[in-house]
Ligand binder design. Sequence first.
Ligand SMILES: [Zn+2]
Length: 261
Amino acid sequence: MQQPTRTRSLLPGPLGKATAALAVGALLFTSSWGVADARPPAEGQQVSARASSVASLQPKMIRKLIPFHHKRKMQMARYSKRHYGTRGYLLKKPRVIVEHYTDGPTMMSAWWTMANNGLNRDESPGICTHFIIDGRGRIYRTVPLELRCRHVIGLNNTAIGIEHVGTSDHMVMSRDRQRKASFRLTLWLMAKYNIAVRNVIGHGESLLSPLRYERYKSWRCQTHTDFSHRTMHRYRKQMRKLARANNVRVGRKPHWVDIGC
Ligand SMILES: [Zn+2]
């Protein structure tokens, strides 16, 4: 068990104060991954605090949208038809949050890759995620949450994507501000869409998700290694504590599937 060496509020400033009031001041971070004394509030407090806490949990973010006009929407609709069986480019009820790292040096290098809309696996549209978090913990909103992004085979019709600038999940998770921004953004998305902790997954876990569906046989075992199962196990542990402390639904334990890959 990790011993806290120092504690600091996750949510500084006015937002932090408002949320802390709702969360009965339970949200404390250590300098490591740990969350100190995240004690859940009483039953009555949970009910009254829930609706207003969703808005107050929203982290500060910078709007830096990639071009996503009619042509790209139609490409996404056709991609959905090919891979999920139904045309559509809208992300109506997201059920999964997928954590990635860019494996590149800067936020802008990732942004340009998304904006360029180049072919991926010989298909359009190009890849994108809804957010990019840079190494200093700044959250960039790159695609509106109402639109589908292509970032994880088998789940693009139901998954929100978060990219983290970095070359390993260890690098991302060892950066204090980036890690906290990641937790904070994920917590808000969980609250906003009622997504359980078990559906907060790493790209590297996508084959294990029971919600995954892919029509192309040759793509069924395709995934990436970013954000490993091991790292995400720790990540979800922290998210459970944060969710309980902020009246956000935790849900049941993960139910993984083995598709024989
Ligand atoms: Zn990825």
